[in-house]
Design a protein around this ligand. Structure first.
Ligand SMILES: *Cc1c(COP(=O)(O)O)cnc(C)c1O
Length: 389
């Protein structure tokens, strides 16, 4: 017996954790800060942590009521019908559901490059093929309709990321609307708003519902997650918001109880914890502005909780920063050999990242001509991997 032909599939390579790095370098975990996976530096919503503890002794029950309550709370927040909210096991789970609901074998999806790796992985799981549109570094990764349409060839799903990971760029709703209008009727435009809370841009839910001067559309969906602004990456909770016309398909694509009782209870508590989200967003805005000012290298403007930095030799710089205790994302795996991505930390963490990066750059680690004297451990772990959260 053999698995099916998986040669097109790639393994998801997550950002490296502090324990893993500390163990490998034979050091104490407390020496490190991790700013590599766009996690919340303030931890989870405290209310969510309480809710998880409170429900711990009741997890023998299936998450029926909590699931319905959370769906209703999200629907209320976005002023949509409950049937339009597709709760899932992480934003990644919601990506799967949208593909399950749309793709026939051999259907294509169109994804950005550089971009979030899971769109393509998920499409392949669902027997779909993957085409790419390029965000060009020369245009500062500007997300233009022309750029997407140039590559568009009738794909069933077009993935947009706003704010975009790893570049931080956004796409105005007018452009999303134009894309939806100019692509086929049976093409779904998904706007991945995993970092939506951090951005000034309005949610594309306006396009689904026909608000703020837009006509309502049945070919746009939105993706959201509790992993970033709500600080709940570890419990795996995300959702799609879909047009009312086909919200009912959820029952046929949903893995039963994939959003767990712990996740739903935590989400219910977190969604009302405005203070935690506001503090998180405020910290990210200050950190990304500060990094743009203080880093001695090109830093792209970002609407997310991270910035992309042009450092020259990304793998050498990321590795040396890690040796000096700051774990950042080497973006070689996104196809950006000269860039690292730094997550917005607490004020102290961000200060440390800036100081460390500037020192590493001053010591010449970003120079493309590697210094033969420097003693760097070989570590090609990102060479074949794909991009993480
Ligand atoms: C983090 C992220 C997601 C979803 O992550 P989950 O942890 O699965 O909710 C989706 N899209 C992008 C671009 C992301 O960065």
């Amino acid at each position: 017996m053999h698995p099916r032909d998986l040669s097109d599939h790639v393994a998801y390579e997550a950002g490296r954790g502090i324990e893993e790095v500390a163990r490998e370098l034979g050091r104490d975990p407390s020496e490190f800060v991790k700013l590599a996976s766009n996690e919340n530096p303030h931890g989870p919503s405290p209310a969510a942590a309480v809710a998880i503890r409170e429900i711990a002794s009741d997890v023998n029950s299936y998450p029926k009521a909590a699931h319905a309550d959370l769906t209703a709370a999200i629907a209320d927040r976005f002023d949509v019908d409950a049937s339009q909210v597709w709760l899932a096991n992480g934003g990644d789970g919601a990506i799967d559901y949208l593909h399950r609901a749309t793709l026939e074998p051999g259907d294509d999806v169109l994804v950005p490059t550089p971009g979030f790796a899971y769109y393509g992985m998920s499409a392949r799981f669902h027997h779909g093929d993957v085409a790419e549109y390029a965000l060009s570094r020369d245009d500062d990764f500007d997300q233009t309709t022309a750029g997407v349409l140039e590559s568009y060839d009738g794909e069933r799903v077009v993935w947009l990321t706003s704010p975009h990971n790893p570049t931080g760029s956004t796409i105005p709703l007018e452009n999303v609307e134009r894309l939806a209008a100019e692509t086929d009727e049976e093409t779904l435009i998904v706007v991945d708003e995993a970092y939506g809370e951090f951005a000034e841009t309005e949610s594309a839910v306006s396009l689904i519902e026909g608000r703020d001067g837009f006509d309502s559309r049945d070919d746009v969906a939105v993706l959201r997650t509790f992993s970033k602004a709500y600080g709940l990456a570890g419990i795996r909770l995300g959702y799609a918001i879909v047009p009312g016309e086909w919200g009912g398909a959820y029952a046929r694509v949903n893995t039963p109880f994939a959003a767990s009782e712990l996740a739903c209870r935590a989400g219910l508590a977190a969604i009302d914890d405005d203070e935690h989200v506001e503090r998180t967003v405020e910290t990210a805005r200050e950190a990304r502005e500060y990094m743009r000012e203080a880093i001695d290298a090109r830093v792209w403007p970002s609407e997310g909780n991270f910035v992309l930095v042009d450092v020259g030799d990304a793998s050498a710089v990321a590795e040396e920063m890690q040796r000096r205790g700051v774990i950042v994302r080497d973006c070689s795996s996104f196809g950006l050999d000269s860039c690292i991505r730094i997550t917005c930390g607490t004020e102290a963490e961000t200060d440390r990242a800036v100081e460390t990066l500037n020192a590493v750059l001053a010591d010449g680690f970003g120079d493309s001509d590697p210094d033969p004297e420097s003693d760097r451990d070989g570590d090609a772990e990102t060479e074949t991997g794909v991009a993480d959260a």
